[in-house]
Structures are given as structure tokens and as C-alpha cells.
Design a protein around this ligand. Structure first.
Ligand code: KG4
Ligand code: ZN
Length: 336
């Protein structure tokens, strides 16, 4: 009989995902069914459409990852699912499936915080164990600076007052006429642009603040746009490069500020925006110059996936407690 494994499901937004990992956290199989093509026509995620598609995808995904991992349901020692934060109607699909499987197999159910999945993802692929660090999570819905003392011991150091970093990328990309989701598109164009083209605000707020604000940047771009001709060669690329640099500079500065303040030598970065090429190279550069260790989540693990949920679930499974089957989903589930 194969060694016991853990099965995890992710359905907090518009990606349905399933993964199987060994109880030491080694990933055995992972699949993501993205709905980006479906939601693109609406310019954003439509919750009702998302949950209906989760229903269609979740069972085939479970069957696929179990087969790819070379195991069957009786080999699963625990079933985990993202219980928040996210869209309630989407969260309910993954959690209901995981609970149903847990009941059928007589195994524990683990409710996982989506942000904890992102937070621990830099420690995957053999970069563990989870250890003290200052961590930046930058996704479509969140911008969080977190102090990690150990797996499960977190302190929020800063968050956004308005838009999340990914939201800023997406909203500005939309203003520029780029397709949804705009972050990756803006990143591609920025690579060919001049970051000094527009003088955009960097919101550091009060000196020493670890809070973020990106709505001023969005407004600044909105005021610049009527003065610019996007059809002129290079203009779009230059705007993208200016926007990206304005966001990246603030993210890097605050992460390093937090690390210095808390005396941590390891910084980690995760979430969809951690795919951004400008952010990755600025982080590598600054951390090297300042003698900090940097763990960046693998790009394949930055955007929503179930592998990170499995990894977070395994940390808790090995520590003991599971969740009751009447555990609710929570659209605003807090990390700490
Ligand atoms: O973590 P994620 O998949 O979903 C949430 O939990 O929100 O993050 C999605 C976000 C979107 O805002 C998307 O535009 C952004 O990550 N993103 C990027 C890049 N790739 C994804 N933003 C900037 N540059 C990228 N290369
Ligand atoms: Zn996410």
C-alpha cells in the first residue's frame, strides 16, 4: 500500500485546483483549471459563473491528481480545502467536496486559510522548513506584510488601506485597454518601456509606515492618460514601465524596512504579483546589496493553486488539530 498522502482543494476565486502531497510536504501531483478565459469577456470574475465552473471541474481534478500521484482515496490521510478568504459561493464548492470525502473515508478535514497557503509557498520545493522571516504577500485581493515566527504563528505588520497591489496592476491595465487579468500583460509591456517616462507618486505615507496605499497611483495615471497618445510607438510600454516601477519600489522598500525593524535576515515573497519580473529582479538586487536572504515563491506557485494549500495543510496536520465538519467558510478569514 502506498504511503499516506494529503489531498487539498482550492476554489476561493476563479481557479479550481487540486493537489496531493506526501505528509513531509513533498508535492506529488497538482492541477489547476483556470477560468480566466471565461471571465475575460466580463472584465472580471463573476461569482455565480465561477462557482458553477468549480462544480464542473472539482471532481475530475480530484480523480486526475490522485491518479497522477499513484494513489486512491483510501491512501488519503486528510482532506483539506481553502475556507477563506474568498468568494463564499466559490469557497463552498471546494470545502463541501473535501468534507464529503472526509466523511466518506472517515478521515479528518482541514480548513485552510488561502493567505497562509500563499505565505508558506516560498518554503515549498525543498526550501523548508518553515522558519522565522518577514514576508510580503501580494495578490489580487491582498497586500500583507507578515512576520512569521513559525508555521501557524503570524503577526500582521502592515496591509493596504485601499487597493491591493494586484488590484492596482489590474485596474491600471484596464484603463490602458489591456485584457483581464491585466497584471501579467502590463508586466510584459513594461519590459520594453522606460520607467522614467511618467513621474508617478510613491505612497510611503508617514515615515516608517508599513501600510500600503495604491489608489493615489491609479488616480495619477487616470489624470495623465488624456495628455498621452497611446497609439504613438512606445508610449504604452513606457506607461507600463513607469507604473510597474512605482508599485515595485514601494513593495521592496517596505519589505526591507520591516525586515530591518524586526531584525530578520530572511525575507519571503508570494502571491500572484510575485510573478512580476520587475519585482523579482528588484528584490534579488536589493536583498543581495543589503545582505538579506530572499526566498521567492516559484512562479508556478505564485498564482492561485492547491499545492500551496496542501503544503499549509500538512504543517497543521503534523501538528495535530483538524477542523469539525460544521466549520464554516469565511469570506474575510483573517490570517492573524
Ligand atoms: O494570488 P492570485 O492568483 O489571486 C489572488 O489570490 O488574488 O493573484 C492574482 C493577481 C492578479 O491581480 C494578477 O494581475 C496578478 O496577481 N499578477 C501579476 C502578474 N501575474 C499575476 N501582477 C503583475 N505582474 C505579473 N506578472
Ligand atoms: Zn491567491
Amino acid at each position: 500500500m502506498p504511503a499516506p498522502v494529503l489531498l487539498a482543494l482550492e476554489s476561493s476565486c476563479d481557479e479550481t485546483a487540486a493537489a496531493v502531497c506526501a505528509l513531509d510536504g513533498t508535492l506529488l501531483a497538482a492541477r489547476v483549471a483556470s477560468q480566466a478565459d471565461i471571465h475575460r469577456q466580463y472584465g472580471g470574475v463573476v461569482p455565480e459563473v465561477a462557482s458553477r465552473n468549480h462544480v464542473l471541474h472539482v471532481r475530475p481534478l480530484v480523480e486526475t491528481v490522485l491518479a497522477e500521484a499513484g494513489c486512491a482515496l483510501p491512501d488519503v490521510a486528510a482532506f483539506a480545502a481553502t475556507a477563506g478568504p474568498g468568494l463564499v459561493s466559490s469557497l463552498l464548492i471546494g470545502t463541501s467536496m473535501a468534507k464529503a470525502l472526509a466523511v466518506a473515508e472517515g478521515k479528518p478535514y482541514l480548513a485552510v486559510n488561502h493567505m497562509e497557503g500563499h505565505l508558506l509557498s516560498p518554503f515549498m520545493n525543498g526550501h523548508g522548513p518553515v522558519r522565522p522571516c518577514v514576508s510580503l504577500i501580494v495578490s489580487g485581493g491582498h497586500t500583507l506584510l507578515v512576520r512569521v515566527r513559525a508555521a501557524g504563528e503570524y503577526e500582521i505588520l502592515g496591509t493596504t488601506r485601499d487597493d491591493a497591489a494586484g488590484e492596482a496592476f489590474d485596474k491600471i491595465a484596464k484603463m490602458l485597454g489591456l485584457p483581464y487579468p491585466g497584471g501579467p500583460e502590463l508586466d510584459k509591456l513594461a519590459r520594453q518601456g522606460d520607467a522614467n517616462f511618467l513621474d508617478l507618486p510613491r505612497s510611503f505615507m508617514t515615515r516608517g509606515s508599513l501600510e500600503f496605499s495604491f489608489s493615489g497611483l491609479k488616480t495619477a495615471v487616470l489624470y495623465e492618460l488624456p495628455k498621452l497618445d497611446l497609439k504613438q510607438p512606445g508610449v504604452l510600454e513606457n506607461i507600463c514601465a513607469s507604473v510597474q516601477t512605482a508599485i515595485v519600489e514601494v513593495l521592496v522598500e517596505k519589505l526591507l524596512r520591516a525586515a530591518r525593524r524586526h531584525g530578520e535576515h530572511l525575507v519571503t515573497v508570494s502571491g500572484g504579483v510575485a510573478c512580476n519580473s520587475g519585482l523579482r529582479s528588484a528584490l534579488r538586487d536589493r536583498c543581495q546589496r543589503e545582505g538579506l536572504d530572499l526566498l521567492l515563491a516559484d512562479p508556478a506557485l505564485c498564482t492561485d493553486n492547491a499545492a500551496m494549500i496542501a503544503f499549509a495543510a500538512v504543517q497543521r496536520f503534523n501538528a495535530g488539530p483538524s477542523n469539525p465538519l460544521d466549520a464554516e467558510v469565511d469570506p474575510n478569514l483573517a490570517l492573524a
